[in-house]
Design a protein around this ligand. Structure first.
Ligand code: PRP
Ligand code: URA
Length: 211
């Protein structure tokens, strides 16, 4: 594998759903449902090593010891807009997660990220921040978002996306090779407008009907 921190999740259900997502005939309702389903399945992999703490609970029959995820603050940080599309699916299996937001858009001419919003919950010592954006294209947005999180004291970050371009992983890794990237697919390349090939088109436009 060319990129050590790139974890390509190729579970058959994810691969199948991603092919439906890429299809230009897939309409907005199905597109959103697929994004949620894939995000949920990927979160299952991403959270594989979360720490568990022993607790005592009472079943209807007796007291018993069980394990729960209680000593870790989990924060989802979608990059607006398209990252928001993945949050519902993730919350289905991590309902205790808090949510921060980073507002960025790519300037269409320069392809540089323009920042317009940032808010995260107060940091706890033991935390996991999951940065979320379906597309890692030039890498400018994700790299900027990781910069801002680190500047705000966040130490433990994982990045969850759907499709990565090699150019984007390289750019991200210039500063953030310490952050694992969970992706469904490493695609071929970017076109001259900074879109991923073969990709799935403009994720925000397909989610929100702004094409
Ligand atoms: C898309 C996408 C990423 C960014 C990726 O957002 O959701 O945030 O582009 O491109 P990059 O890796 O080259 O930075 P966009 O800027 O189109 O904003 P939107 O989500 O508001 O549509
Ligand atoms: N943003 C998208 O939504 N799609 C791309 O292919 C590149 C950036």
């Amino acid at each position: 594998m060319k990129f050590k921190n790139l974890k390509e999740i190729n579970h058959p259900l994810i691969v199948h759903k991603l092919s439906l997502l890429r299809n230009k005939e897939t309409g907005r309702k199905e597109f959103k449902e697929l994004i949620d389903e894939i995000a949920m399945l990927m979160t299952y992999e991403l959270t594989r090593d979360l720490p568990l703490t022993e607790v005592e609970i009472e079943t209807p029959l007796e007291k018993t010891k069980c394990k729960q995820i209680i000593d870790l603050q989990v924060v989802l940080v979608p990059i607006l807009r398209a990252g928001m599309g993945m949050v519902d699916g993730i919350l289905r299996i991590v309902p205790f997660a808090k949510i921060g937001h980073i507002g960025l858009y790519r300037d269409h001419k320069t392809l540089q990220p323009v920042s317009y919003y940032f808010k995260i919950p107060p940091l706890q010592e033991n935390h996991l921040f999951i940065l979320i954006d379906p597309m890692l294209a030039t890498g400018g947005s994700a790299s900027f978002a990781a910069d801002v999180l680190k500047q705000n004291g966040v130490k433990n970050i994982k990045f969850l996306n759907l499709i990565s371009a090699p150019e984007g992983v390289e750019k991200f890794n210039e500063k953030h090779s310490d952050i694992d990237i969970y992706t469904c697919a490493l695609d071929r390349e970017l076109n001259d407008k900074g879109y991923i090939l073969p990709g799935l088109g403009d994720a925000g436009d397909r989610l929100y009907g702004t094409v």
